[in-house]
Ligand binder design. Structure first.
Ligand code: SF4
Length: 429
């Protein structure tokens, strides 16, 4: 890993790590800047705050909240002027660090080889070849290639997104406003191939940062199997994806022969699809790289599901998870904490715990707690107001997660699925 560590004439301690997929700059343990191989800033850490830049040049700031607990975290999208200033500063700093590296008064601290120093200089040049004007051009192209990418699961934030569909086939859940701006559309094979070509050209060298492929939008796997398989084949023609059942040394050898590769294909799926896929269908997709599907369970309570406008019964999720797992694909089950406010709180906890405990989950699976966030385009507030229901406080939502966690009973505790937090406010692509 080419690393150069140096101390500037003014006493700043700087470490630059130039990996193939990204360049990271660490300054005095107070500042971190991360750029992809095309020199695009994608994340930063400054003064105890985390920043993520989206490909549309929006910047999200995140910091610890007034109390411990994930729901208390403070997130904020920088205004357009502030975001511009932030990006200008992030690039101006690199000009300064690159000059310091070439300054004879700088003291090199690490024992880096001349090859490492050269690699680091080349990485800095790539960052410096990118500037605000370039990022603006990127934004314009990004907005042509993609419909807005409003949400991905937290373990997929750095996925390479391919939109096989646009929007959601249902688009009526009361709490969800992600796709209200577009009609559901399934891309033809030709459209999808063109999309892949455009995506590839747009990311350029920055594709190295992406380790997985996410097939979007909301419910891409709703596409009938005969139409879906050629789309998966098109992805496999274009990208190297970990072969099924390949592990250990064999996998390392496979990866070494393919410097740009992906761990697998991931996608959302809903339990209400009428063209339900069978275990065999999932097995066919698994051989083409499908690794995990993300299922919006929301709640195990049938009455609350109806209240939320979700058109499936809780048992549909049990059937779906059984078929997915029998096909050799992992699942992530998403629970909507806080859903239904005070009125539904007790039954939401009880029935969700029972349903989760009825699922054949294993270590490769995930359970996400996603706090219900009132989306500006959703109908949720009006629904609560009409039904005279009090929303839960942050403290009550935290308590609901604690109760659910305490109720989970996994057959094999050592091989239990990971339980994690999913905050839609922290997403930016
Ligand atoms: S929650 Fe899922 S199914 Fe419901 S509208 Fe949103 S994307 Fe569609």
């Amino acid at each position: 890993m080419p690393i150069v560590e140096f101390e500037t004439a003014t006493g700043q301690h700087i470490l630059i790590n130039a990996r193939r997929e990204a360049t990271s700059i660490f300054v005095d343990q107070k500042l971190t800047l991360n750029y992809d191989r095309e020199g695009r800033l994608y994340s930063a850490w400054m003064d105890g705050r985390n920043y993520r830049r989206g490909l549309d040049n929006r910047v999200l700031e995140k910091q610890e909240g007034p109390r411990p607990g994930l729901s208390y975290r403070v997130r904020r999208e920088l205004g357009p002027y502030e975001a511009r200033q932030f990006l200008a500063d992030a690039y101006a700093r690199v000009v300064e660090y690159a000059a310091a590296l070439n300054d004879p008064a700088t003291r090199v601290v690490s024992n880096s080889s001349s090859g490492d120093a050269q690699t680091v200089r080349a990485a800095l040049e790539r960052v410096l070849a990118c500037d605000l004007a370039q990022l603006e051009r990127d934004r314009a192209i990004f907005n042509i290639i993609y419909k807005p990418i409003n949400i991905l699961p937290p373990d997929q934030y750095l996925a390479l997104v391919l939109q096989a569909t646009e929007g959601c086939s249902h688009n009526q859940c009361a709490f969800c406003g992600f796709y209200r701006d577009r009609k559901f559309h399934v891309k033809s094979l030709d459209e999808f191939k063109n999309h892949i070509r455009d995506v590839r050209a747009f990311f350029g060298g920055g594709i190295c940062l992406r380790k997985t492929i996410f097939l979007a939008d909301a419910n891409a796997l709703i596409i009938p199997q005969a139409q879906l398989l050629p789309l998966f084949d098109a992805i496999n023609t274009e990208f190297a994806i970990h072969p099924i059942h390949c592990e250990g040394d064999a996998l390392r050898e496979w990866e070494a022969a393919r410097p740009i590769h992906f761990e697998g294909i991931y996608s959302f799926i809903d339990a209400f699809t009428t063209r339900r896929k069978t275990a065999r269908d999932f097995a066919e997709l698994a051989t083409r790289g499908l690794k995990r599907v993300y299922i919006g369970l929301e709640t195990g309570d049938a009455e609350l599901l109806r209240f939320l406008g979700k058109p499936n019964a809780p048992e549909d999720v049990i059937r779906l998870v059984g078929d997915v797992k029998a096909g050799g694909v992992a699942v992530a089950v998403i629970v909507l904490v806080g859903a239904g406010g005070e009125k539904y709180a007790a039954q939401h906890v009880r029935h969700t715990v029972n349903l989760i405990n009825a699922l054949p989950l294993a270590q490769t699976d995930l359970i996400y707690f996603s706090e219900l966030v009132d989306h500006p385009r959703s109908d949720y507030s009006a629904l609560l107001h009409e039904a005279n229901i009090r929303p839960l406080t942050i403290g009550e939502i935290e308590h609901q997660m604690t109760l659910m966690r305490a109720g989970f009973r996994f057959a094999n505790f050592d091989a239990a699925p990971k339980v994690s937090y999913y905050d839609v406010r922290e997403f930016i692509y």
